[in-house]
Design a binder for this molecule. Structure first.
Ligand code: HEC
Length: 134
């Protein structure tokens, strides 16, 4: 193939891909900007979440891993059970996973002793992180 023609093809390919690269770069930086910086306590809680909860719960989007996504739990959690605000609902859900059941999910999957696994010392951090999921 003559090299001028090869160059022309290459340029056309770049012209086609270029805008896509720009768009994806723009999306990535926007996503990064949207992520709030977590307070230290919530940041510690996020690490606890990664270790003990992320295998079953997404923290963004509405994908089901094993359990429901916890995206928005800080707002959705209020009113789930009459008389409980989001924080109380989240704490109960962790301390006593069998007490409430999200419709459409079996209620025996979340480990009954998950609070012990997390450890009392890390519960507040964890809850503080979950309360950032608005
Ligand atoms: C082995 C899987 C599993 C693990 C690990 C797990 N969960 Fe769950 N979780 C579930 C399932 C399934 C449900 C839905 C059924 C129910 O309500 O019991 C659920 C429900 C919940 C709910 C209620 C959600 C809603 O929309 O009302 C909260 C809050 C919750 N989990 C928090 C946690 C936290 C925090 C951890 C980590 C400390 C954790 N879970 C660990 C499986 C799991």
């Amino acid at each position: 193939m003559p090299s001028a023609r090869r160059t022309a093809i290459l340029l056309r390919a770049l012209a086609a891909i270029g805008p896509l690269l720009l768009i994806s770069a723009a999306c990535t930086s926007q996503a990064a900007e949207r992520l709030p910086t977590l307070e230290p306590q919530a940041a510690r809680g996020q690490a606890v979440f990664q270790m003990h909860c992320a295998r079953c719960h997404a923290a963004s989007g509405d994908g089901i891993v094993v359990g429901p996504s916890l995206a928005g739990i800080a707002t959705r959690g209020a009113g789930r059970i009459e008389g409980l605000d989001a924080e109380a609902y989240i704490r109960d859900s962790i301390r006593d996973p069998r007490r409430y059941t999200v419709e459409g999910f079996p209620n025996n999957l979340m480990p009954a002793d998950i609070a012990d696994q997390v450890g009392e010392a890390h519960l507040d951090d964890l809850v503080s992180y979950l309360l950032t999921l608005r």
